[in-house]
Design a protein around this ligand. Structure first.
Ligand SMILES: Cc1ncc(COP(=O)(O)O)c(C=O)c1O
Length: 392
């Protein structure tokens, strides 16, 4: 910690623990203290830590080929793209290394799509309270002033509208709109789901104005909601033109993806986009193994998530300072009337890692392999913490 404080850019407010290793749903710090990990690297470690099948493919592949650049083919990018097509209903993949990069590429896609139609079709409609990443493009569509203020002016032509306000969306979208961007369940914004009615209307408006509908599933997708993608929770699914994903894809190795239907994919031609590291042999092989395992976990995610929400709702009935329990699958938020920062520290002292977003929303993103027994253990800590709180 001392060395970091001298030499690392001071942009993170880290918690004072040094994590040494992990196994399943637990991590251990350098002093050997065990923590139940209910944040899983902000939704990255979907299979927990040191999953035996992931460890094995990393070992095997690292000894064969880690990276060969996108100048050449390797054996895993094509099959991974095929798998993603099958589970998403979209047609083409572009691989990158992070969420913000995937968003950046999706914005370029929307801009290029618009430009093909007309020179002034470059606007993006995005939502208040959203989070799409830290690079300048992704930041430009992030609807939270605290992330944007120090870097303005950002990309021109972004119109922000409140989530779930259909009239505002109808007003903002028009002939100049190249893309409409939203998270199906806003993550950093406090685990706020969009309504099916709203996303269906967004689909209709994108069609009417020939704009690309982009769903950011970086936090809310890839199994976490108990479905492969959150947009599949609606029946019938509300299909985007483009979806972006990252976090859990390669179980901790950096991998992001843009998934596009034929119309959106047609906007990007040879030489228009690229990545040196994106879609390495190692990351793609790990992601293929992950999807193999995920198939059998989706129902489990749904069941354990429901169990967890049930117990949290019991707490909400006991404690009026808990306003709402929200979320799907294993993406769960507890909105409170009081700040959650100290609760996160108290939970950590009691061996439970959780997170607070939007100041008053406790956020839980446990690994997909979490069991009801793990949930009981987490609830034991949380019940104690909730009982100590004084109403606002
Ligand atoms: C919904 C959403 N979009 C984009 C991002 C940015 O992803 P990354 O940090 O991998 O760049 C995040 C990260 O938390 C996110 O939650």
């Amino acid at each position: 910690m001392d060395v970091e404080s001298q030499y690392v850019l001071q942009n993170y407010a880290r918690y004072p623990i040094v994590i040494h290793r992990g196994k399943g749903c637990h991590v251990y710090d350098v002093d050997g203290k065990r923590y139940l990990d209910f944040i899983s690297g902000i939704g990255v470690n979907a299979l927990g830590h040191a999953h035996p099948r992931i460890v094995k493919v990393i070992r095997d592949q690292a000894a064969l080929l880690v990276h060969c650049s996108n100048l050449y083919y390797h054996e895993f990018q094509g099959p991974l793209a095929k798998k993603l097509t099958e589970i998403s209903g979209l047609e083409r993949s572009f691989f990158c290394n992070s969420g913000t990069e995937a968003m950046e590429g999706a914005l370029k896609m929307a801009r290029a799509h618009g430009k093909k139609i007309s020179g002034d079709k470059f606007e993006i409609v995005a939502l208040d309270n959203s989070f799409h990443g830290r690079t300048l493009g992704a930041l430009s569509v992030t609807g939270q002033a605290k992330y944007r203020a120090d870097f303005e002016p950002l990309l021109a032509g972004v119109r922000f509208v409140p989530p779930n306000d259909i009239a505002a969306l109808e007003q903002a979208a028009g002939a100049r709109t190249a893309g409409i961007v939203m998270e199906w369940i806003q993550g950093e914004g406090g685990v706020v789901p969009l309504t099916h009615e709203y996303t269906r209307r967004a689909r209709e408006l994108a069609d009417r104005h020939d704009a690309l509908l982009v769903f950011d599933e970086i936090q809310c997708g890839v199994g976490r909601p108990g479905a492969y993608f959150a947009y599949q929770l609606a029946t019938p699914a509300i299909m985007p033109d483009v979806t972006v994903a990252a976090k859990p894809l390669a179980c901790g190795l950096p991998l992001g993806v843009i998934l596009a239907n034929a119309k959106a994919a047609a906007a990007i031609g040879p030489g228009m986009h690229g990545s040196t590291f994106g879609g390495s042999a190692l990351a793609c092989r790990v992601a293929l193994e992950f999807f193999d395992i995920l198939e059998e976990l989706l129902l489990h995610i749904h069941h354990v998530g429901s169990y967890f929400r049930l117990l949290l709702n019991e707490q909400a009935r006991k404690h009026p300072f808990i306003k709402e329990v929200r979320g799907f699958g294993l993406m769960i938020g507890v909105e409170m009337e009081i700040p959650g920062k100290q609760m996160v520290l108290d939970a950590m002292a009691d061996g439970l890692l959780i997170n607070c977003t939007h100041e008053k929303v406790l956020r839980f993103l446990p690994p997909y392999i979490v069991t009801e027994k793990d949930v009981d253990a987490a609830m034991k800590v949380l019940t104690k913490i909730f009982a100590r709180q004084k109403p606002a």
